[in-house]
Design a protein around this ligand. Structure first.
Ligand code: FUB
Length: 330
């Protein structure tokens, strides 16, 4: 089946799709033309607010735009660049976890709370203590524990940190992409992070841990592997298997790796999506009414403008062994 452009009226990206109260909700970033030039730090992504979209038929149904659910002016600690977010329900409240830059140009993760999936959401006064980098995915396991997966290279600043501490050589400022902080060649790739959230969902309950992706022999993927982690962590569970899915950034794939627990290590399995039109590729995978879907974005409608992305969705199939066939979004 051909993918559907979900919301042709506006430019949105980084869709996090979640089912709440029997309805599909999609929480994207909200692209606009700020006039900022393209750079390797993502300085062209100057997003200011979030909307939420909802529908009860993913491929054909009407898509409702519930309007602005959080604006950067209503986040006391954030100056700019409201990048990827995700929402989870816990004990009847909805928690929007998002990434934005503070007034020192440093990315952190923040939490905003609502009584309804449609928002509006009210931001906490300060970012999550000990949080850094971008692209949070909040995943609720069957026992009710919520895990946050996060991190992104280059403009996402993940290369500034080792063992959750700023590397001494990291320069805090506008120049995020400092290649000397990145591993290279046959050094182990930099991993995404996973952390269990506190019961009230407002803080980390523990120190973030690396999300190790290993090959079939148990060796970590290397920095020069085109399938190594870059950004856009997503987690889902199917038939007891934890699927960690992610973008490879500069090689432009969506890939996946599996484990029998939320912390991993995750064994690399393959490519989910071939490169799309545009530099970034970012997604979520969710089941609704018995069908799995791949939500993603591309830049075809804006004729390749990386900072003006459009939401897409298509069905996703698993084989009898739980494997995902590589797809193209055309
Ligand atoms: O939308 C801004 C950034 O672009 C996201 O945080 C990345 O995952 C990439 O999609």
């Amino acid at each position: 089946m051909k993918p559907r452009y979900l919301f042709p009226k506006d430019f949105m990206a980084d869709p996090s799709a979640n089912v709440f109260n029997g309805r599909m909700y999609v929480y994207p970033s909200h692209d606009y033309d700020s006039g900022a030039a393209f750079d390797d730090d993502g300085g062209h992504f100057q997003m200011r607010d979030y909307h939420v979209l909802s529908m009860d038929d993913v491929m054909n149904g009407e898509v409702t735009d519930h309007g602005v659910i959080l604006d950067v002016d209503d986040v006391p600690w954030a100056e700019k660049q409201m990048w990827d977010n995700d929402v989870v329900e816990k004990n009847g409240k909805y928690y929007l976890v998002f990434s934005a830059k503070d007034y020192n140009g440093v990315f952190h993760l923040g939490v905003a709370v609502s009584d309804r999936p449609e928002g509006p959401f009210k931001s906490e006064p300060a970012p999550i203590i000990g949080s850094y980098s971008i692209d949070p995915c909040v995943f609720k396991d069957d026992d009710g524990e919520v895990y946050c997966y996060f991190g992104g290279l280059w403009g996402g600043q993940l290369q500034w940190y080792r063992n959750n501490k700023l590397k001494p050589a990291a320069s805090v400022g506008e120049e995020n992409f400092n290649p000397t902080l990145l591993p290279s060649g046959k050094e182990d790739a930099l991993p995404s992070r996973v952390v269990r959230m506190s019961e009230d969902m407002l803080q980390f309950a523990e120190e973030p841990k690396p999300v190790l992706i290993v090959d079939n022999s148990g060796a970590p993927l290397k920095a020069d592997d085109p399938h190594r982690f870059f950004e856009a962590s997503w987690m889902f569970k199917r038939n007891g298997t934890y699927y960690f899915t992610y973008s490879t950034g500069d090689s432009h794939y969506l890939c996946y790796a599996t484990a029998d627990n939320p912390y991993g290590p995750f064994t690399y399995q393959g490519v989910i999506l071939e490169p799309v039109c545009g530099w970034t590729t970012h997604h979520s995978i969710t089941e609704y009414k018995g069908q799995w879907y791949l939500f993603h974005h591309d830049c075809q409608p804006s004729e390749g403008k990386d900072w003006l992305r459009s939401l897409k969705v298509m069905p996703l199939e698993f084989d009898a062994n739980g494997k995902i066939a590589t797809m193209k979004s055309e």
